[in-house]
Each structure stands twice: as C-alpha cells, then as structure tokens.
Design a protein around this ligand. Structure first.
Ligand code: IYR
Length: 222
C-alpha cells in the first residue's frame, strides 16, 4: 500500500462473540419491524431528530469519499403543496398509461394510485439528490464515482436511522422526478434519487399484508 495520512481507529470496539450474536439478532429484529407506510399523521417531529439521522446517513462510505449526495429537508407547507401537485400530475400519467399493465399488476398489492396526500400531511420530505459530478469552489467539474451505489448506501442508512429513532418513513420514487430540481432550485449536477417521507404514522395505520423472502431464497453461501 502507498503511504497515506492515517490515524488509529480508536472508536472500533470488539465485543465478545456471544455479544456480537446478540447484537446481530437484535438489529435484525428491529429492522424486521420496519414498514413502509402511506398514511402519515400531521403531528410535528423535532427537526433535531432529522438532523441526527442525516448525520448518520452522511457517514456512509462513498466512491473515493466524494460523498456525492445532498439532502433537502422540506417542511414548508407551501413547498410541500407544490411538490404534491407536481408529483400527482406525473403519477396521473403513469397510472393512466405510461406504467403499462405488467407494472400496474406488480403494484396492485400495494394499493397505490396517483394521489399522494402524504406529501402534504407528513411533517418532513427528505429529498435525496445524487450529484452526478461535483463542482469545485473555482467552478470546475470534479468527477464522482459509483454515485448510485454511494447514494443508495447513504439512503439505506438514513432509512434505518429514521426507523431506529422511532419515526415512520416511505421511500417515494416519483415517476419523472425532474420537477424537484425546479421547485427546490437545485443545480444541474444534482439528480433526485428518491424522496423519504418522514413522520408519525396516521392513527390506526394499516400496511399491506406481505412477506419478505426467507434467507435461503436471498442468500447463497459458497
Ligand atoms: N411512483 C409511483 C409508482 C410506484 C412504483 C413502484 I416500483 C412502487 O414500489 C410503488 C409505487 C407511485 O409512487 O405511486
């Protein structure tokens, strides 16, 4: 290895192996309780919680440590209304033709349609943007690497952090998300990745009855 500027990893803690097993199982159980919800309460949640979850997300590994992400946290009611209106316009076209039969069939178990009231009711919309390239302080383009992988990892950590904190989230993927750049005034190098809708679930919220695949279906040990 080439000589690099390095520091000892003092924050690493090795637990006894029994404790590692317990930690793995308790995190597994905690993550298995997570559900995507599509009905949110209007109840506010402290911004500090969102800030902490974003700090966790921003700790994610990324290609050449370029950290090619930006998070816009929308709580302003007027902006949320604009986002809902623009999203529903795109989704209307999606559900009335653009999706096609196979896609609509796959979605039927979720009960989704073009209406997205949660974009206004939830206290926070975290718009995750992927930076296709960076821009130096002098205005030069800086190459970013493995952007989707990096932003995907950061988003996964964000979702886990929100769930672990005790709030609900919905990863919402607008069909044609370009409207988000316009509404939020984001630059050309940033592409919307997805929107995490965050808040308390609506009272008595219900979720689709569906299951995850078993370990042997998703993993192969060689
Ligand atoms: N973006 C649309 C459609 C949609 C697509 C997938 I794949 C989903 O898992 C859920 C929805 C919508 O949000 O309604």
């Amino acid at each position: 290895m080439t000589d690099i500027r390095s520091i000892p990893w003092d924050s690493y803690r090795e637990y006894p192996v029994e404790e590692i097993k317990e930690r793995a199982a308790s995190f597994r159980a905690e993550m298995q309780r997570r559900r995507s919800v599509r009905a949110f309460s209007r109840r506010a949640a402290p911004r500090e919680i969102i800030e902490e979850c974003l700090r966790a997300a921003a700790s994610a590994p990324s290609g050449a440590n370029m950290q090619p992400w930006h998070f816009v946290v929308v709580s302003d009611p007027v902006t949320k209304k604009q986002i809902r209106a623009a999203a529903e316009k795109e989704e209307y076209e999606f559900y009335h033709g653009r999706a096609g039969e196979e896609w609509l069939g796959a979605l039927s178990a979720l009960g989704t349609d073009y209406q997205k009231p949660f974009l206004e009711t939830a206290p926070y919309l975290i718009v995750v943007l992927a930076q296709a390239y960076g821009v130096s302080p002098e205005g030069r383009q800086v190459k970013h690497y493995y952007v989707r992988e990096s932003v995907g990892i950061a988003t996964g950590i964000l979702l886990a952090a929100i769930h672990h904190a005790g709030l609900a989230a919905l990863p919402y993927t607008p069909t044609r998300p370009g409207f988000l750049n316009e509404i939020l005034g984001r630059p050309e190098n940033e592409r919307p990745f997805l929107v995490l809708v965050v808040g308390y679930p609506a009272d008595g919220v219900r979720v689709p009855d569906m299951e995850k695949k078993a370990l042997h279906e998703v993993a192969t040990f060689v």
